[in-house]
Design a binder for this molecule. Sequence first.
Ligand code: RIB
Length: 310
Amino acid sequence: MKKRILTVSSANMDFVMKVEKLPEAGQTVVESRSYSYVPGGKGANAALALARLGADSIFCARLGSDQNGKKLKELYQSNGVDTRFIKLDRLNPTGLASIIVEDDGANRIIVYPGANGFLSEEDVEDAFTCIPDAVFIQFEIPDEAVLAAAKFAKKRNIPIFVDAGPARTDYPLEKLPPLEIISPNESETLALTGILPNNSDNCLRAASALLNRVPAKYVVIKLGGRGAYIHDGKFSQLIPTFEGEVVDTTAAGDAFTSALTLEYLNTGDIVKSVRYANAVGTLVVGKAGASSSLPTAAEVDSFLRQRGAF
Ligand code: RIB
């Protein structure tokens, strides 16, 4: 049976430009390579990744009643995402992200939240009528919506998976109920704990600090090219990632945590799930764009077979 995962999170249209080198303040750089509009948003990337990886993916979000909103909803539907709980906001436009990708694949993102900023407790409550097996939350929506999703999940004994992006130092983690997995990246870990997870001692300190703020079965810190660090309160393990070309890191973290969630729900094996998520992250950074880079389950299986890791 397919796992039914409810993603409560954000949707954006991404405006993406590639640059060789970022301009200094006051400098104008003429960059004649093409620009693109690519469907993105942390939540949409996760919901699409889950659908492509074989989950029954339900997305609770807010889009504007505009062209971008229309295009995004059509894309979700054509990828098999259940869009019944996406609300169309008449007053606010669809979220927009301005993304600059440097030649080494690193990105810088500025988000105008638009309709995402109006996702409400009522929107979230409505979505729980789908009776999910798990709920997947990120922080690119109002705290009210995140806390509502956690509250409704807890009330129904539904496991909660948190991808702690985007980074925010004042996030009220203490208000969340016990989680199954919380997965921040390096900058999110720094923002939430004040500790940069740049070596194994600091990974352990940061993971323990996170567990002091919110109970979770596992902390999984995403370390980019170094892999991911698992901590369960007692034991820790660094799972290195796979070698691969880095074209654009956009959406790698969203896809990693969604793959981790699905594989963990399917197998209950955290190490196997992180390896699977590492494979998905490697495939995503090898392609340009957010939603355009998300692999299918068959692509991940073939990658793992090629790398002798199946
Ligand atoms: O995590 C990548 C995403 O962050 C982009 O798609 C952008 O829309 C922002 O939400």
